[in-house]
Write a protein that binds this ligand. Structure first.
Ligand code: URA
Length: 228
């Protein structure tokens, strides 16, 4: 069933990308500073959205993850790059033609996104992969700004409940109007929002998310975009 939800008034234009030294979340700033001194060669900064070759105007599908992994995106500077979650995500994107080239878990591996962008609900790495509510709320302005950049956006795939609820709120609606559920879909602000369990190692190791379940969500998104 595709739910249809109404959203609030159009938001004012917002900034899409935090600066390298974004000061907004004190706990995340402290964590970033700790890792900057421990690993000066790492990215250790808000991780920018990964855009396709044609830039913002080419984006029809947006994937929203949770937050950079410490040794993944926080190290490499590209979402889902360098930790396990990226292996399944990029393989699935390639399977549906949303990505092209060889994914080698490095930002210079040459992999390109096709009509697709990837971002995170929280841009800085949180301790133990767990952003707190205030950090999710604060970073939502950047998520709203990111969504607002894409004039031809048609669909969003949210990975996990936190990314989903923050995306729904960024679109001006309450999560109860477009509830999270693996394989669920809802129409909001002219976009179709597909939700999936997060492709984390924990979820795949425990069997909560299988490859087939993940593929199925992108299959729905591809079908929607194909029909559009
Ligand atoms: N890497 C990301 O960039 N985001 C996630 O949600 C998980 C890993």
């Amino acid at each position: 069933m595709i739910r249809s939800a109404t959203s609030g008034p159009a938001a004012r234009p917002r900034c899409a990308e935090p600066g390298r030294d974004c000061p907004l979340c004190p706990r995340l700033v402290d964590f970033r500073e700790t890792w900057r001194s421990r690993e000066p060669g790492w990215h250790n900064a808000p991780v920018p959205s990964f855009l396709p070759e044609g830039g913002p105007d080419a984006v029809r599908l947006l994937v929203v993850g949770l937050a950079p992994g410490l040794r993944g995106a926080n190290r490499t500077g590209r979402p889902f790059t360098g930790d396990y979650a990226g292996d399944l995500l990029y393989a699935t994107l390639s399977r549906f033609g949303f990505a092209n080239g060889r994914f080698d878990a490095r930002p210079d591996d040459g992999l390109e996104l096709i009509g697709t962008a990837i971002t995170n609900a929280v841009r800085c790495v949180p301790p133990e992969n767990k952003p707190v509510g205030a950090e999710i709320n604060t970073c939502r302005d950047f998520l709203a700004g990111t969504i607002g950049r894409f004039a031809h956006l048609r669909a969003i795939v949210t990975l996990g409940r936190i990314a989903h609820d923050s995306t729904v709120r960024a679109l001006g609606a309450r999560p109860s109007t477009a509830p999270f559920g693996h394989g669920a879909a809802a129409d909001l602000s002219g976009l179709r929002i597909f939700s999936s369990y997060h492709c984390s190692r924990y979820n795949t190791n425990t069997g909560r998310l299988t490859e087939a379940m993940f593929v199925d969500v992108f299959d729905q998104a591809a079908e929607h975009l194909g029909r559009d």
